[in-house]
Design a protein around this ligand. Structure first.
Ligand SMILES: O=C(O)CCC(=O)c1ccccc1C(=O)O
Ligand SMILES: [Mg+2]
Length: 376
């Protein structure tokens, strides 16, 4: 949108929201219990006197543990109806307290702004963030494998590699360390050395157990262990990175922070030297703009950003693909979560092929792909 475009001055007067609930095909087993169902709100913003029907689309799909509850999200969105103009909404929503609500509204606004500019969301977000590199046409993704028995876990891993994934993320921490070590061993044996393996403990361990787990898992050449300690234990994460078995820096299993970033913020995680990689969930960080800003801060600190979802519906998943595309040379991202859902809000404009997702060229989220949702 250009400065002399009068539409740019016009507030978004209508903000609509529609609740949805989507079941997972089968529960995703994590150390925090099973994720079975995702409930959220589809958001649409529309200019008051628009004649061209420009509608921006967003999604707020809260997941307690990473974001506010559904009730808190609904209350935050309800509060907006009383304010003048949805355009000011992201600023009036508290990123820390209600990140999913802010995600929903800010995504809808950046979607319509990108559409006005004839740009893809990735192009628009990278322009706004001052990224000079052209967004990627495709992003590499990891397969996500939940908790299960060793043979089940290995079979899923083999299936993912056959489908073209060369990076797998396994949930750990739901059973004792020895059992998880057997699961990781079974997967490594099944897929061989050419596949990158990540493990996600979702904060299940204390410092002593985490040390033991990392020492035992060192044999399997893991790309990283995600959130081995509770979210708030930044000093514990830093200590795990320091005190590996060999005592040699850079010789231990790398550590990724996920819940810590949502709970404490990217700056605190970077300042504490708590991680080698950071897992960024736009839904938990208050929106695609905030997630990209966090990714760029991590990058400039020499820490790898990895964009993932909270098992969101298709609108938020597509937005997360654009965030990943805007990060120069992003590592494999946790964006292959659409297939976990039994049904979705619309057909997926981002199919996964050979471990990669092609980024929709736009405008906005995905050109006309969500036109039915915009009209509802
Ligand atoms: O990162 C991935 O591969 C998929 C996303 C994922 O694992 C996840 C999904 C929902 C809630 C939490 C998490 C997590 O990363 O801990
Ligand atoms: Mg995680």
């Amino acid at each position: 949108m250009t400065a002399d475009d009068p539409r740019g001055e016009e507030p978004f007067e209508t903000l609509r929201r529609r609740p949805f609930a989507l079941d997972l095909t089968r529960p995703l087993g994590t150390a925090h219990g099973e994720i079975r169902r995702r409930e959220g709100f589809l958001i649409a913003v529309e200019r008051g006197s628009d004649t061209d029907g420009a509608v921006g689309l967003g999604e707020a799909t809260p997941l307690p543990g990473w974001t506010e509850s559904r009730e808190e999200c609904a209350a935050a969105l309800d509060g907006l109806d009383e304010r003048a103009g949805a355009g000011a909404a992201p600023e009036s929503l508290d990123t820390g307290a209600t990140p999913a609500a802010r995600h929903g509204v800010s995504l809808a606004l950046v979607d319509v702004a990108a559409r006005d500019a004839g740009a893809s969301l990735a192009e628009h977000l990278s322009d706004e963030a001052g990224v000079t590199a052209t967004p990627a046409d495709a992003v590499p993704v990891n397969a996500t494998i939940g908790d299960g028995e060793p043979n089940e876990t290995a079979a899923e891993a083999r299936g993912a590699v056959e489908a073209g994934f060369d990076c797998l993320k396994l949930k750990v921490g739901a059973r004792d360390v020895d059992a998880d070590v057997e699961r990781v061993r079974a997967v490594r044996d099944a897929v061989g050395d050419g596949v990158a393996l990540r493990a996600d403990a979702n904060g299940a361990w204390d410092r002593q157990v985490a040390r033991r787990a990392l020492d035992a898992l060192a044999a399997f050449d893991l790309a990283y262990v995600e959130q081995p300690l509770p979210a708030d234990d930044l000093n514990g994460l830093a200590a795990l990175r320091e005190g590996d078995r060999s005592g040699q820096p850079d010789d231990g299993v790398p550590i990724a922070a996920d819940e810590s970033v949502a709970a404490r913020g990217i700056d605190a995680v970077l300042e504490a030297d708590a991680a080698d990689a950071v897992v960024l969930k736009p839904m938990a960080l208050g929106g695609p703009d905030r997630a990209l800003a966090a990714a760029l801060r991590a990058r400039s600190a020499g820490i790898d950003p990895v964009v993932t979802t909270t098992v969101d519906a298709v609108v938020a998943r597509t937005a997360a693909v654009h965030v990943a595309a805007a990060i120069p040379d992003a590592a494999p991202c946790g964006l292959a979560t659409g297939e976990m859902l039994d049904e979705d809000l619309a057909p997926d404009p981002c199919p996964i092929d050979d471990g990669r997702i092609e980024v929709p060229s736009g405008p906005g989220l995905a050109g006309g792909a969500f036109d039915d949702l915009r009209r509802e």
